[in-house]
Design a protein around this ligand. Structure first.
Ligand code: FAD
Ligand code: FES
Ligand code: FES
Length: 472
């Protein structure tokens, strides 16, 4: 039985856990305000709020309902556009209308839900965050300027939001209906779902990959829904070590103090990973196991020399280096039913420098043509250690063993980088595909390699030093 609150109603359903939440909302609950657009997580027309109880408080996030398996709604508050409506327009709806932010109206429920999600979040009142909150919503009519104006007005209206008691404040200011105040208590009355089916056919995390690739199979399979298993959602620091559960999402990483302290540019890097809705849902384990050669998390954690702890179906654990996990195209060192329980890595020390770069055809909401991450330890003018990874240039997310070894114990000079680049190019043989020809990918790899060092050591590798070599 899947139990959750949909808007102001308690739902108890025997519908398949692998049915999409979107289909449940539109076809079972008969709520047609949530639109079905691309069904691939790209357009945001199906955006809903997902509220989850955390230490007695309901934390709301935006998710795409088309890629959310119904089973992942268990124990949560799901809010569609109908669940935001009151007798008058909410301030978000009013600003969209006043600024001519709607024409045909197909995208509008999604934009309203995303901006309401923003109003419920910690960044409410900040204008860049208002725009970022709708980065996963597409509108083919308005040209976006009017929506941008509406988003800025909403940000102005939220400047004085009471952050300690935001549900009460937002309800008082008509951003959300009164019933939101009752949700925390009502959610606490819903128990945990039995996570593992006796003999599950399929492990599902956020579903952002599986619900695109195999929606039919997910719908009819017995599922092991790992997304909300509490111990898989934690990020723990033990000394210098970070231990993350397999179901930690991209936005969980951004909310982690040890991680944002160790990597001050994490937010800038992850701005290039999908959209707010997908970052709220996509798990690390899902990113590794979908084994895409351009998986952004795979590349970053390869460079951080992460290891995985896997739990077998017999309850036994084994540990493996992430770089040994990827065997060949979509082939992994992972047995049937094995779960990625944790991902661990050492926090970079004092003399470590880490960088991530991604180039895609479109800056936002696009997968990489080539991406790369590096972790170097430099003392004085010497590279003491290096770990380099890149995606889009091999059948697997690639760890550059030889190039990393080559860089070790070398002086931090342009000559070292030039020689290392030659080793790096030897270490791969990319194939051409829709994201670029072989030559283009090699060129991108080279640019990203030098970009890492310009970013990490801007005083050593100035454009005057690097550009003549790149042009040569
Ligand atoms: C619109 C959109 C944009 C995207 N943009 C990006 C992007 O910018 N960068 C990027 O890297 N990726 C991107 N992705 C790809 C994908 O969403 C991510 O790779 C995501 O991390 C997959 O995680 P998930 O939990 O949703 O996976 P799921 O779909 O739940 O699962 C994927 C695979 O992982 C397995 N799995 C899940 N959890 C576990 C576990 N704990 N143990 C063992 N196996 C497990 C599943 O069985 C399945 O085989 C995008 C996807 C969409 C739809
Ligand atoms: S229908 Fe397009 S993101 Fe869900
Ligand atoms: S108003 Fe038509 S798609 Fe946005």
């Amino acid at each position: 039985m899947i139990t959750f609150i949909l808007n102001n109603n308690l739902i108890k359903t025997e519908a398949p856990a692998g049915m999409s939440l979107l289909n449940f909302i539109r076809n079972e609950a008969g709520l047609k305000g949530t639109k079905s657009g691309c069904k691939e997580g790209d357009c945001g027309a199906c955006t809903v709020l997902e509220g989850m109880l955390h230490n007695g408080k309901v934390i709301y996030k935006t998710i795409v309902s088309c890629l959310t398996p119904l089973g992942n709604a268990h124990g949560k508050h799901i809010v569609t556009i109908e669940g935001l409506n009151t007798d008058d327009l909410t301030p978000v709806q009013q600003e969209i209308v006043s600024n001519a932010g709607t024409q045909c109206g197909f995208c509008t429920p999604g934009f309203v839900v995303s901006l309401t999600g923003y109003s419920l979040g910690k960044q409410a009142g900040l204008k860049p965050a208002a725009i970022a909150s709708v980065a996963g919503n597409i509108c083919r009519c308005t040209g976006y300027k009017s929506i941008e104006k509406a988003a800025f007005k909403v940000a102005d209206l939220l400047k004085d939001k009471n952050r300690d008691n935001d549900i009460a404040w937002l309800s008082e200011h008509h951003f959300i209906p009164e019933y939101f105040k009752t949700i925390a208590e009502r959610l606490s009355a819903i128990g945990q779902r039995d996570h593992a089916t006796a003999q599950p056919d399929m492990i599902v995390g956020g579903g952002t990959d599986l619900m695109v690739q195999k929606p039919g199979e997910v719908k009819v399979s017995a599922l092991n829904l790992t997304k909300d298993i509490p111990h898989l959602n934690r990020i723990v620091q033990r000394g210098n070590k970070i231990i993350m559960g397999g179901s930690v999402t991209v936005n969980d990483l951004l909310g982690s103090k040890p991680l944002t302290t160790a990597f001050p540019k994490l937010k800038t890097w992850f701005k290039l990973v999908s959209s707010e809705q997908i970052r709220n849902t996509a798990t690390l384990a899902g990113n590794f196991v979908n084994a895409s050669p351009i998986g952004d998390m795979s590349i970053l954690f390869l460079a951080l020399e992460a290891s995985l702890t896997l739990l077998t179906t017999l309850g036994e654990k084994r540990t493996i280096q992430l770089k040994d996990f990827f065997l060949d195209y979509k082939k992994l060192d992972l047995s049937e039913g094995e779960i990625i329980e944790t991902i661990e890595f050492e926090l970079p020390g004092k003399h470590h420098f880490v960088n991530f770069e991604k180039v895609s055809k479109r800056l936002h909401l696009d997968i990489a043509s080539v991406n790369s991450a590096i972790n170097v330890q430099v003392k004085g003018q010497t590279i003491l250690s290096a770990s380099l990874a890149a995606g889009g240039i091999a059948p697997v997310p690639k760890y550059f063993e030889k190039t990393s070894d080559f860089l070790t114990d070398k002086p931090l000079t342009m000559q070292t980088l030039t020689d290392a680049e030659a080793v790096m190019q030897e270490e791969v043989s990319p194939i051409g595909d829709v994201r670029g020809t072989v030559l283009y990918k090699r060129l991108l790899l080279r640019q990203l390699f030098f970009a890492h060092f310009m970013e990490m050591f801007p005083k050593v590798f100035t454009p005057d030093v690097v550009l003549p070599v790149l042009k040569a």
